[in-house]
Design a protein around this ligand. Structure first.
Ligand code: MG
Length: 312
C-alpha cells in the first residue's frame, strides 16, 4: 500500500534504484581484509535482498588498496544474475581490460572536484584525471560497457573547505559529454546540509535529467537522510549506499561514512517509494557484513533490527 503523500510535501519518484557500494567503497575503507569467499557471500546476500546494482570491487593496482587486492579473482567468482548489474571501479585502460575480462556490464570512474583531494586520493590533478577519462569513457562505451562517473568532495573538501558547485557542474558536463551515463555526486566528508543539497541540484537539473544523476551521501554529521529526502523532492532516482554503513569515514576516525543501505531503504519504503529490496533480507546481509569485518556497523536500522531480534 502506497501511503498518500500530502500535496505540499513535494513530488516524489515512484521508484528509486539503490546503488550498493559496500563491497567496494565500504570494504576499501575497512582495516580488516575480508577473504574472497566472504566477499562473494556478501555480494550474493545483497543481490538476494534485491539490490539491482552492486559495486563489487576496484581494478586499481593490487598493491594500492590491500582490502581489494583480489579484484580479478573475486570478479571471476561472481556469476551473472538476472535483475542485478555488477559494477567495478576502474582507474585507466588497464582497469577497463580487467573489467572486460570479468564480463562486467558497467564500470565506474572517480575524480574529485577539489585539486588537493584528487591529488591525495588518485595522485593526479583534476585536469589529468579528465584527460584520462576523455579516452577511457568512450573506450568503455565502445566495448558496450555502461559508465558512471563519481565526483567526490562536491559538498566540501577535507583540505580546501568550500567547493564551487559551478566548477563541479563543468566537470560533470564534460564527463557526460564523453559518454558517462550517470554522474554520482559525492558528499565525501559528510558535511552537506539540505539547503546546500537543494542549491546544488537546482544548479544541475537544468543540464541533467534527474535519472542521469545519483547522490552519494555520507552520514558523518547525521545529515545523509535529510539530504536524500531533498534529492527525492528534486526527482533524483538513484542513491548510493553501503550495507550497514560499511566503511566509516577516513577523515573522521570512528565516525559514520557512507549512508547505510537499510536506513535509506527504510526512508524510501516509508515514503511509499518502490525499491525492489526486501529489508529483512538486507538486514541479514548487514549481519553478515558485520561478522566479516569483526565489528558492529554504524547503520541505525541494522542496530535496531538486530536488537529487536535478540530480544524476541
Ligand atoms: Mg563513500
Amino acid at each position: 500500500m502506497t501511503p498518500a503523500v500530502p500535496a505540499n510535501f513535494g513530488r516524489l519518484p515512484k521508484r528509486v534504484t539503490v546503488y550498493e557500494v559496500g563491497p567496494r567503497d565500504g570494504l576499501q575503507n575497512e582495516s580488516t581484509v575480508v577473504p574472497t569467499a566472504g566477499k562473494v557471500a556478501l555480494i550474493e546476500a545483497l543481490a538476494a535482498a534485491g539490490l539491482s546494482r552492486i559495486e563489487i570491487t576496484s581494478f586499481m593496482r593490487p598493491d594500492r588498496i590491500a582490502p581489494l587486492a583480489d579484484a580479478d579473482v573475486l570478479a571471476a567468482q561472481i556469476s551473472p544474475r538476472a535483475g542485478t548489474r555488477f559494477v567495478a571501479l576502474i582507474p585507466n585502460q588497464h582497469g577497463l581490460l580487467r573489467a572486460q575480462a570479468a564480463k562486467l556490464a558497467e564500470v565506474a570512474v572517480v575524480l574529485s572536484a577539489s585539486e588537493t583531494h584528487n591529488k591525495k586520493n588518485i595522485n593526479r590533478s583534476v585536469a589529468e584525471s579528465l584527460a584520462e577519462f576523455r579516452t577511457l569513457i568512450p573506450a568503455a562505451r565502445q566495448a558496450g560497457i555502461s559508465v558512471r562517473a563519481y565526483i567526490s568532495t562536491v559538498w566540501g573538501c577535507p583540505y580546501e573547505g568550500k567547493v564551487d558547485p559551478q566548477h563541479v557542474l563543468a566537470i560533470a558536463r564534460e564527463l557526460a559529454g564523453r559518454g558517462a551515463e550517470q554522474i554520482s555526486l559525492g558528499d565525501t566528508i559528510g558535511v552537506g546540509t539540505p539547503l546546500q543539497t537543494a542549491r546544488i541540484l537546482e544548479m544541475f537539473l537544468p543540464h541533467f535529467a534527474p535519472e542521469a544523476l545519483a547522490l552519494h551521501l555520507h552520514d558523518t554529521r547525521g545529515t545523509a537522510l535529510s539530504n536524500a529526502l531533498v534529492g527525492l523532492q528534486f526527482g533524483i532516482t538513484t542513491f548510493d549506499a553501503s550495507v550497514g554503513g560499511l566503511g566509516g569515514c577516513p577523515y573522521a576516525p570512528g565516525a559514520a561514512g557512507n549512508l547505510a543501505t537499510e536506513d535509506l531503504v527504510y526512508l524510501l519504503h516509508g515514503l511509499g517509494i518502490e525499491t525492489g529490496i526486501d529489508l529483512d533480507k538486507l538486514v541479514d546481509a548487514g549481519r553478515l557484513a558485520q561478522s566479516l569485518v569483526g565489528h558492529s556497523l554504524p547503520g541505525r536500522y541494522l542496530k535496531a533490527a538486530l536488537a529487536a531480534k535478540e530480544k524476541a
